[in-house]
Design a binder for this molecule. Structure first.
Ligand code: ZN
Length: 398
């Protein structure tokens, strides 16, 4: 990837990456979701595009959306790990800075020092919000480190430490079992002593405050993590990049790699309005549609088919914007028949009217993509391919 930066050349051309989350599927009655859906626009576009299949991480590996997106953004997910604490912070749209340490927290119930319920009776989010407010009112600094406590969903919250000389190399306090006491957090690296001391003091102070609570009278911490140290996207790929996503985790992932997150509404139409309005201001856009993945995870084949059909109706609007390069793909597959993410490669379509080899016949599906002119490749290669088709890479060697 290093050498790619040496090949970058300035260009006026614009790139659009459309991620239909969990797009790929599996067959029910002989057809996948994408094959079942009526998609006249995508089918016609495929004839004028290159098709292929991408593997998000590695053969047989079922990825989370975090690593799958990192790969599409051109960062090796095996090299840049996004810890649970960071993911949780992204999920609540917390503006994490480099050097911050974030952890995933659970409110839990204990009796005589032993955990009796790791989820505090699954307290509702409103109660969680009240507890976080209560803690925040009394604990906002330990030594020279600012402490932020933010509610997530149900019994979960995020703890963020903001200060100098912090490390995420810590053990967890959650024994993962009931009938045991919470574990004292230990440093795993020589420079993590200060952070371990602060976190343990936080736990003790929080427990004094929570003592009077009936259900959530202790807390458990795990997944300590910091932002990965990566070259920001605009620098790495020579493009001014904007991100449009309605779910905080995805805008968070885009912000994490250095894209500018654009304000948008909550519907697909509103996301396209934002794209239309800001078209002139960026060279590269990441446009994310979440709902297809949710339908797949719910095991709702019919809903996922309907959503793909809805997405198909947006294609003319997308093409009207005149991007030189448009890629349409998923981050990973989410087959409704499995009701979960899967390892199956993603259908990938690259439309670049000036520069792409074309399929010459219509049809967009997993099967068609498997025979596409781009063949089968890793999602990490998507960024170089987009740049090349946008004429943003010069010749390598003489
Ligand atoms: Zn996903």
């Amino acid at each position: 990837m290093e050498f790619l930066s040496d090949l970058l050349v300035p260009s006026e051309s614009k790139i659009l990456l459309v991620v239909v989350d969990g797009l790929g599927g599996l067959e029910r009655d002989g057809k996948t979701e994408l094959e079942t859906a009526k998609t006249p626009n995508l089918d016609a576009l495929a004839a004028k595009s290159s098709l292929g299949l991408t593997t998000p991480v590695d053969a047989g590996v079922t990825p989370g959306s975090g690593p799958a997106h990192l790969a599409l953004f051109g960062y090796d997910p095996l090299e840049y790990e996004i810890g649970r604490g960071v993911l949780e912070a992204l999920g609540i749209d917390y503006p994490l800075k480099r050097g911050d340490v974030a952890a995933r927290g659970n409110f839990a119930t204990a009796k005589d020092g032993m955990i009796t319920d790791r989820r505090a009776g699954r307290i509702p989010t409103e109660e969680n919000e009240r507890l976080c407010k209560r803690l925040s009112a009394e604990i906002n600094e330990i030594e020279d480190v600012a402490i932020h406590i933010r509610p997530s969903k149900g019994h979960r919250f995020v703890l963020i430490l903001d200060g100098e000389g912090l490390s995420h190399e810590l053990t967890e306090s959650d024994p993962q079992k009931e009938g045991q006491p919470p574990i004292v957090i230990q440093p795993l690296a020589r420079d993590a002593g200060k952070t371990a001391r602060i976190v343990n003091r936080f736990v003790l102070q929080a427990q004094e405050i929570l003592e009077s609570e009936e259900r959530a009278n202790i807390l458990l911490l795990r997944g300590f993590a910091s932002l990965p140290d990566l070259v920001p996207f605009p620098e790495q790929f020579g493009v001014k990049a904007g991100a449009i996503a309605t779910y905080p985790m995805y805008s968070g992932l885009a912000r994490l790699v250095g894209m500018k997150v654009l304000e948008t509404g909550s519907t697909w139409e509103e996301e396209l309005d934002t794209l239309t309005q800001q078209r002139e201001d960026f060279d590269y856009f990441f446009l994310h549609f979440k709902e297809t993945d949710a339908a797949g995870e719910d095991g709702d084949f019919t809903k996922k088919v309907q959503l793909i059909e809805e997405f198909d109706k947006l294609i003319p609007r997308i093409l009207d914007l005149g991007f030189e390069v448009v890629a349409i793909t998923g981050d990973h597959s989410t087959p409704a028949v499995l009701g979960s993410h899967s390892w199956h490669p993603n259908p990938f379509m690259l439309y670049a009217p000036q520069t792409a080899r074309t399929e010459g016949k219509p049809g967009f599906s997993e099967r068609r993509c498997a025979r596409g002119v781009l063949g089968h490749f890793n999602s990490l290669d998507v960024m170089p391919l987009l740049l090349a088709h946008a004429r943003r890479l010069k010749k390598f060697g003489a």
